[in-house]
Each structure stands twice: as C-alpha cells, then as structure tokens.
Design a protein around this ligand. Structure first.
Ligand code: CP3
Length: 321
C-alpha cells in the first residue's frame, strides 16, 4: 500500500512536473510510477499506481486532489436526491487510463512479479462521497446512515455495483490479485457494520470470487470487526498493527490468509529495530502458509527510503526457507 507514495524521490521529481490526477491519467507515467518500487525496493509484487477515488469522478461529484490538503469532493452526497442523481458510466469509459496502465505494466513486468490492482470498498468510498473529504468523526456519513437508511443502502448498492464492475475490468486488463480498501471502516461499531455494511460487502466479495484472482480485504482500526470482515469475504484479511498478528489469525481461522502488519511508523526507527520488529511479525505468523508480509497501513511520506529497503531485505532474509 502506498508503495510509491510520496517518500520516493523519483516520485517527487515526477510530481514536481505533473499533478497527481495527471499522473494517474497518463498511462505511460502511471506505469513508470508503478514500477519504481519494484526496481528500488525489490518488493515481491507491484501495486498499481492509481487511487481509490478515481472511479468517483465519473459519478459527477467533482473530484480534486487539492495541494497539500488531500482529496476533495466538490458536490458531496447528503440525501436521497443526491444518491439518485449519481451518474452511471461504465468503468471502461470512466477510467480507461487505469486499464491501459495495467496493460502497460504487465507488459513491462514480463512476469517478474505479479501486479496487484485495487479499489475502495463501498463504505470507505461512501465516507468520501458523503463527507466531501477525509473525516475524523464521519458525522455526515452516519447522519445519512441513521437518518435515512433506505438512501444509505441505495448508495451502498450503487457503490458496490461500481466496485465490482471496476475490479472485474482490472482483472480483465491483467491485474493478478486485487485489494479492497475499507480504510476507514474502523469508525463503526460491530452492530452498525452488521446492519449498514456487511450485506453489501457480502454481495461484493461473492461477485469478486468469480474473477478467479485472490482478493484481499483490508481495513484499519478493525480489532473489533475482524470476525465480521471474515464473514463478509475475501481470500486474505489485512491486519493493521494494533492487533497481534498471531492472535488475530487465531480469531479468523487457519482457512483464511492474513496480510500485515508492521506499524508504518516503525520504519522511522533505526534499521536494527526495524529488523527486530520484522522478526516479531514473522514469528507470530509462525511460518504457516498464507501469511503475506506487509505494513499495517501505507508508507508515510517522510519515511527514509533506506529504511524501507532494510525492511524488505529483512523480510526476505528472515523468511527464506
Ligand atoms: O504507489 C502508491 O502510492 C499506490 C497507489 C495508491 C494511492 N492511493 C496513490 C496516492 C493507493 C493504493 C491508494 C489508496 C488510497 N487512496 C486509499 C486507501 C489506502 C489508505 O491509505 O488507507 C485512500 C483512503 C485514498 C484516498 C487518498 N488519496 C488520500 C486520503 C490521499 C491524500 C493523503 C496522502 O497520503 O497523500 C490521496 C492521495 C494519494 N494517493 C497520493 C498517492 C501517491 C499522494 C498524492 C500526491 O502526490 O500528492
């Protein structure tokens, strides 16, 4: 996650010349950014350079990545009429550049490492489309959810349909695994997850199971939701660093794979400490099949690149059979 992010100097050099959306919409550049971490870090998979919010642009809500301030939706959805006004555009017309990037990356990787595509999960997309930006308390999102549940469910259905179609097209273009980001799901209680999110996640994962590629299900702040996330679906459950990987895996069951879960802030520590923390995560996974080493969330912008390299090297060395 955030493999290229903003911590790689090569990425920052490109960003000095191009806007973020411009990078995403120019397949030759997006492909180049996708490949940067593979060359620089020697990671075992490439992550498509795109954003979970791109697909919202074609719904007519007005997407902008404001300088320094994060993403902004200019016409947020606040009620039923707004939900009904969302524009329907096939993914192939909404984000053709994403699929072109995938084709270019696959050609340039030539099978060296697999390419992971991704999309936002319906709740996390809804949180942006309703709040209009990132949020701390998700007040507008929960107002819609609690105040007009029918409109909420309609919105979630629309976003789930969009997500399924978008991911299918990514796989058709060449994505070899896909991750659904439910990054902000941790703001919900288990009861609310069950009522307002779980049914939509079930239909989403059931549809994605038919793509034939592994599907990762990721969220943060999910210690209270893990069993429900498992029930929702996914071949791999992503764990953040707030849970013990071993204990979380025991709760989820051995028949599902897990991904995680080094604290991204650990990458600011000296390399010796990074290595100890990598060893601790691997120890909790206990060498069992079905552990994908990863950070518990994305690489932060100021992270020293040498420390990311130290982490990747430590994982390779300590997990070598
Ligand atoms: O190489 C990569 O960075 C992987 C591609 C990727 C991006 N966004 C590029 C990006 C991925 C997998 C994402 C996912 C994403 N986008 C998520 C889910 C992951 C998570 O962090 O929980 C979310 C919530 C978003 C929405 C989003 N996009 C935010 C909140 C921001 C601003 C905050 C930030 O980290 O900068 C973005 C912008 C964004 N998306 C950047 C990148 C590289 C930074 C843009 C820049 O160059 O200024």
């Amino acid at each position: 996650m955030r493999q290229a992010g903003r911590y790689l100097p090569e990425y920052r050099a490109l960003r000095a010349r191009h806007g973020f959306l411009e990078l995403c919409k120019t397949p030759a550049l997006a492909a180049e950014v996708t490949l940067l971490p593979v060359k620089r870090l020697a990671v075992d998979a490439a992550i498509l350079f795109a954003d979970i919010l791109l697909i919202l642009e074609a719904m007519g809500v007005g997407l902008e990545f404001a300088k320094g301030g994060g993403p902004v939706i200019h016409r947020p959805v606040r009620g039923r009429a707004d939900v009904e006004a969302l524009v329907r555009v096939p993914a192939s017309a909404a984000v053709p550049y994403v699929f072109e990037t995938i084709r270019l990356v696959r050609a340039r990787l030539a099978g060296k490492v697999p390419l992971i595509g991704f999309a936002g999960a319906p709740f996390t997309l809804a949180s942006y489309i309703v709040e209009g930006r990132g949020s701390r308390n998700y007040v507008h999102t929960k107002m819609l959810m609690y105040g007009d549940p029918a409109a909420w469910h309609l919105l979630m259905e629309r976003l789930a349909e969009t997500t399924v179609e978008y991911v299918r097209e990514q796989v058709a273009a060449g994505a070899e695994a896909v991750q659904l980001f439910d990054s902000w799901i941790g703001c919900l209680s288990p009861d609310d997850y069950r009522s307002y999110v779980l049914p939509h996640m079930r239909t989403t994962f059931a549809a994605l199971a038919r793509t034939g590629v592994p599907v990762m299900h990721f969220g943060t702040g999910t210690a209270a939701l893990l069993e429900l996330m498992r029930e929702a679906g996914g071949d791999v459950i992503g764990l953040d660093w707030r849970v013990d990987l071993g204990a979380a895996w025991a709760r989820l069951g051995a028949d599902v794979a897990v991904q995680g879960n080094l604290d991204p802030v650990a990458l600011f520590a000296p390399p010796g400490e990074i290595r100890r923390r990598v060893a601790r995560v691997l120890e909790q996974a206990g060498g069992r099949p079905g552990h994908v080493f990863n950070l518990g969330h994305g690489v932060l912008p100021e992270t020293p690149v040498a420390h990311v390299v130290a982490m990747v090297d430590a994982v390779h060395e300590l997990s070598a059979r």
